[in-house]
Design a binder for this molecule. Structure first.
Ligand SMILES: NC(=O)c1ccc[n+]([C@@H]2O[C@H](COP(=O)([O-])OP(=O)(O)OC[C@H]3O[C@@H](n4cnc5c(N)ncnc54)[C@H](O)[C@@H]3O)[C@@H](O)[C@H]2O)c1
Length: 251
């Protein structure tokens, strides 16, 4: 029996990078996983790797209609949701003077409004869980100053704040739903490869403690998600977890 046996999980942006690793780890721990992505082929490929415990769905997180369709499917399949990982994201590399209105709006629609839809429309299903867990993907960009990630940082900062209101709302309503935010630094995925303008670099998970400046592996994030969604983390809500090998505190 895994740590998440028979939990019902939804991971957005599950077709690539961190979302893909999350889906696979959650399923390894016994969860039934809805792998959703605007890139349906990518979602389907991940679901095929997982097998019978996974369902792939096309899902643009900036669309209210898509969220309603995904939740309607989960409701008719299981009647509840235990784990929501708001992971889908994009990055626009543009500084405060370069960022266009269209880039800003698109970033906010996917990474801020998408999380708003996911949390608000998901609460009725999550409230039926005995240990509901929302993981909202943020970034060290919501702590630090990164001029080239201007719109991205704004969206992650908004999600960081939104998550705190959600935590207190759920507690006050008596919902058994915890919510935590994760703040990785650079993790080796297609997103970071694109943002850094260089091809992939293999990260070995068995290297042990990593040196300063190292890039993390998707499994470094997925392992924390498994723990935060498990019964062992029942006292953990409202947390902000840096996953950065100490880089944010280095003078
Ligand atoms: N990789 C890093 O270094 C890093 C660091 C901090 C935070 N993050 C965050 O982690 C999350 C995942 O990033 P990643 O590095 O795995 O990126 P990635 O580009 O590898 O994967 C992102 C996935 O999101 C999907 N997506 C994009 N727009 C979407 C939309 N509108 N609706 C649904 N799906 C959509 C993509 O198709 C893709 O499958 C993001 O929220 C990102 O901001 C990543």
């Amino acid at each position: 029996m895994g740590k998440l046996a028979n939990r019902i999980a939804l991971v957005t942006g599950g077709g690539s990078g961190l979302g893909k690793a999350d889906c696979i780890r959650l399923a390894e721990e016994g969860a039934h996983v809805y792998v959703t992505d605007v890139n349906e082929d990518a979602a389907r490929a991940v679901a095929e790797v997982i097998g019978a415990k996974a369902v792939a769905l096309k899902h643009d997180v900036s669309s209210r209609g898509d969220w309603e369709a995904v939740y309607s499917r989960i409701s008719s399949d299981h009647g509840r949701l235990d784990i929501l990982v708001n992971n889908a994201g994009i990055v626009v590399v543009a500084d405060p003077e370069e960022t266009t209105e269209a880039q800003f709006d698109r970033t906010m629609d996917i990474m801020c409004k998408g999380v708003f839809f996911g949390c608000q429309l998901g609460l009725p299903l999550l409230a039926k869980s005995e240990n509901g867990s929302i993981i909202n993907m943020c970034s060290t960009a919501s702590h630090l100053g990164f001029p080239p990630f201007f719109a991205y940082s704004a969206a992650k900062g908004a999600v960081r704040s939104m998550s705190k209101s959600l935590v207190i709302h759920c507690q006050d309503k008596g919902y058994k739903i915890r919510c935590n935010t994760l703040h990785p630094s650079a993790i080796e995925t297609p997103m970071i490869q694109g943002a850094m303008g260089r091809p992939g670099q293999e990260v070995k998970v068995d290297e042990g403690v990593l040196p300063p400046g190292a890039i993390g592996a998707p499994s470094d994030v997925a392992s924390l998600i498994v723990f935060l969604c498990s019964d062992e983390a029942r006292f953990l809500t409202g947390g902000e977890y840096l996953i950065d090998n100490g880089s944010s505190i280095r003078p």
